[in-house]
Ligand binder design. Structure first.
Ligand code: NOJ
Length: 677
């Protein structure tokens, strides 16, 4: 039976679950087809002699060919011998509001089918819920309360994603040191081994898809292993003893998700992963703010100051106040101060147990700097680097958040430098998934916003906990300062928004104006930023983050006042986002409307190729004239030989205007559109 009629869907949505239909089956063989609300997608579910398969069509195209589902426990194999007892069908059509974000109103519109299974003979119970969206699919396993499956261990998940072809994929490998901080590879799927998600692909006919997961809160994270013949199988990141997941029924897996789009831009504005997370558990979100921040940070990455104590110590009262003056003068939200607390001396990455999260170095007075900040309207942004000393951090975190509450710190950056945790746990296994979730909840109790470095990947949990502001989880700007390969290649920023960055704020930390890093002592690996200044400006729109850094040293930012004007103007909270044109790895143009004014902002970037991109400004309001202030690459700009020239001009435009964006090699463009009255 198909759920196809939009009227029926609308009615079902109104009455929600109360109106869901429940059908008794009691078979080990069954086939059913479920359409998305507007019929653009179609899910087929088949039970064949007790084994479960699904397949999926998007926009008339077969995208997932029959693929197995199932979960294997230490004491029960729930991948075969299953009887389908019932199917319950329902649907939802609602619009919800993000308290902050890249898109204010998000539509959640899907048809749902929940299948209830019993394992033959041993009688364990398992449900699988499918949500069929016009632009993708989500499904999750659930083990209801039952006598069986108490204190269970999952040893394998048999979920497959059998692809319809050997698509082009952009990926980073799983099970590597340095967590997610790798350059993306572009290869056919047949050449991958085991990869992290989101795993973005493009088919021969230009359809884009991304396999990922939603609401990862108490499970191992999902990686994808290549089984050959275009077949990917879930590979759960294990605990150090080899268990994959530990739990006790009732328990749920995260949603396994496949988002589709006709273009790379469609993937960026596909909100399926957020929709599959639970609504906010924080009722009053008025304390959660977005904004731009400076920091005692780039100095340490350049090597001009130190985290540890001594004559070059960065986090001094005096330097913090200086930065607070600068931050207030330019109207930014706050100042991140790293290295303020004891424990950084010696090899801090190895001595995680020495960190105190409440004791300041003697030359840093927390009370004095926060009071000074208050007098200027500038916030201190706290910092907790754990270097993966999890028990040391968990023992202190309540006191540490209390202390920040006392002095009015509203946002904290956390860090987990290290390859393994507690003698062998991965950052992506269930142990750390639980830790990240628990710290986030604790932060919410203390009304503290988080910016997590070396995080678990983003699975949309910010919908449920909107104090989860931003995170790292990729190679960020810091690699330009010290990576032995000299820094991020020019095309990195044209790939990241469509892979790691999908529906996920990224604390990339833009805002380096001294692209050649003249402040860096020595510079044996020729580190530098490998794009032009206009490209650096455009990143404030292309890479979304609600807390957006302004990373360079004040003297470098103030040395280029025209460019700095853009950073001061660009917002961090958006009404809506559109992606007029983009090709992963080549170029990306993103436009966003400010949430608090009628202004639009556009960022466009290219890889090492120069190019002219023509596009219609049809996202602007019709019948409205705008002044476009354009920060573009200047004459002869080139990322390698001449990265600084900027040409700043204005132009009158409206929604019918076709604009030509001229991007230098490694270049970019940033545009502010202000309506004329
Ligand atoms: C790595 C983080 O990514 C970086 O931002 C931070 O400065 C250092 N760890 C120290 O915590």
């Amino acid at each position: 039976m198909r759920l196809q009629n939009p009227l029926l869907i609308a009615l079902l949505s109104l009455l929600m679950i109360t109106c869901s239909s429940r059908q008794r089956i009691g078979e080990m063989n069954y086939v059913d087809v479920f359409d998305s609300p507007n019929g653009l997608s179609e899910l087929t579910v088949e039970v064949k002699e007790g084994v479960l398969f699904y397949q999926f069509r998007y926009n008339g195209k077969e995208m997932i060919t029959p693929s197995r589902l199932g979960m294997i426990f230490k004491d029960a194999d729930l991948s075969e011998g299953l009887t389908l007892d019932y199917i319950a069908k329902s649907g939802v059509n609602e619009t919800w509001t993000q308290p902050w974000g890249e898109q204010k109103e998000i539509r959640n519109y899907y048809s749902e089918a929940r299948l209830y299974f019993t394992k033959n003979e041993t009688e364990e119970q398992m449900n699988i819920t499918f949500r069929v969206f016009d632009d993708g699919l989500g499904f999750r396993y659930e083990w209801p309360q039952q006598e069986k499956l108490q204190d269970f261990v999952i040893t394998d998940e048999t979920t497959e994603f059998n692809l319809s072809g050997d698509h082009t994929g952009w990926w980073i490998g799983a099970y590597q040191l340095n967590r997610y901080e790798h350059l993306f590879n572009e290869t056919p799927v047949s050449e991958i081994d085991t990869v992290h998600t989101p795993f973005t692909m493009k088919t021969n006919d230009g359809t884009h898809l991304s396999i990922h997961e939603a609401a990862l809160t108490d499970f191992a994270s999902m990686t994808l292993a290549n089984n050959g013949n275009n077949s990917l199988e879930v590979d759960l990141v294990p605990w150090k003893n080899g268990d994959k997941v530990r739990g006790s029924a009732p328990h749920k897996s995260p949603w396994r998700t496949i988002a589709f789009g006709e273009s790379a831009g469609d993937l960026m504005t596909n909100y399926l992963v957020l929709n599959l997370n639970e609504p906010s558990k924080i009722e009053d979100t008025s304390w959660i703010k977005t904004g731009k921040y400076t920091g005692i940070w780039w100095d340490m990455h350049l090597g001009t100051k130190t985290w540890g104590s001594g004559e070059n110590h960065g986090a001094t009262t005096e330097y913090t106040k200086e930065l607070m003056d600068f931050t207030a003068k330019h109207g930014f939200y706050g100042v991140l101060v790293e290295g303020w607390n004891t424990g950084w001396d010696g090899d801090w990455a190895e001595n995680s147990d020495l960190f105190s999260f409440t004791e300041s170095y003697p030359d840093f007075d927390l009370q004095e700097v926060t009071s000074y900040g208050d007098s200027l309207g500038v916030k201190l942004i706290g910092h907790h680097e754990t270097s993966t000393g999890i028990s040391n951090y968990e023992d202190q975190v309540d006191d540490a958040f209390d202390l920040y509450n006392q002095v009015g710190v509203e946002a904290v950056k956390t860090g987990y430098v290290g390859d393994f945790v507690e003698g062998g746990e991965w950052h992506h296994g269930q142990f750390m998934v639980r830790h990240y979730r628990d710290i986030l909840k604790k932060a919410a109790e203390h009304k503290i916003m988080l910016n997590v470095h070396e995080p678990i990947k983003d699975t949309g949990i910010r919908r449920t906990w909107p104090n989860m502001m931003t995170r790292e989880g990729a190679r960020g700007q810091e690699y330009n300062a010290w990576s032995v390969d000299g820094g991020n290649p020019t095309d990195h920023t044209t790939i990241v928004p469509f892979t790691r960055g999908l529906v996920s704020p990224f604390d990339y930390t833009p805002g380096v104006f001294n692209l050649l890093l003249n402040d860096k002592p020595g510079n044996p690996n020729n580190n530098r930023v490998r794009h032009t200044l206009a490209h650096e400006l455009a990143l404030y729109v292309v890479i979304y983050s609600p807390l957006q850094m302004v990373s360079d040293l004040p003297k470098n930012l103030e040395a280029r006042p025209d460019a700095f004007e853009w950073i001061k103007a660009v917002p961090t909270d958006w009404e809506t986002t559109v992606v007029p044109i983009a090709e992963i790895g080549d170029y990306a143009v993103v436009a966003r409307k400010d949430r608090n004014t009628e202004n639009w902002y556009l960022g466009g970037i290219t890889n090492e190729e120069s190019r002219e991109l023509e596009m219609k400004l049809d996202f602007l309001s019709p019948d409205q004239e705008y002044t476009a202030r354009i920060w573009a690459d200047g004459d002869d700009a080139h990322w390698e030989s001449n990265p600084y020239p900027l040409s700043i001009r204005t132009q009158l435009v409206n929604s019918q205007t076709t604009i030509a964006l001229e991007l230098a090699a490694g270049g970019g463009v940033a545009i502010q559109f202000t309506p004329n009255k």
